[in-house]
Write a protein that binds this ligand. Structure first.
Ligand SMILES: [Zn+2]
Length: 95
């Protein structure tokens, strides 16, 4: 599955098994099957998304990259021992 954590667009894998027709899908503005999706999964990546993000479409990835919110191996502060993995969002809100 791929569902962007920022804009909530998604691709085919996301709707697998869902009860939705191709026609309904085509009308959904969030359906973006042709975008590339970046992931933090089981392997170390050469980019570091902000905490709480584990999937971004190429557009949002590019936006965050331009804002300096994504660190890549090209950045001087890249730390291969710690970066390239999903960072869970810390629960700072009390109930
Ligand atoms: Zn997106």
């Amino acid at each position: 599955m791929a569902l962007c954590d920022e804009c909530e667009c998604y691709d085919d894998n996301w709707v697998d098994g869902e009860d939705i027709t191709e026609e309904e899908l085509e009308k959904d503005p969030l359906y973006e099957p042709h975008r590339y999706y970046y992931w933090h999964g089981d392997i170390q990546e050469d980019y570091q998304m902000p905490a709480g993000y584990d999937c971004l479409c190429e557009r949002c990835f590019g936006d965050l990259l331009n804002l300096g919110k994504i660190i890549t191996t090209d950045d001087a502060i890249w730390n291969p021992d710690e970066m390239g993995w999903f960072i869970p969002l810390e629960e700072t809100h009390g109930t």
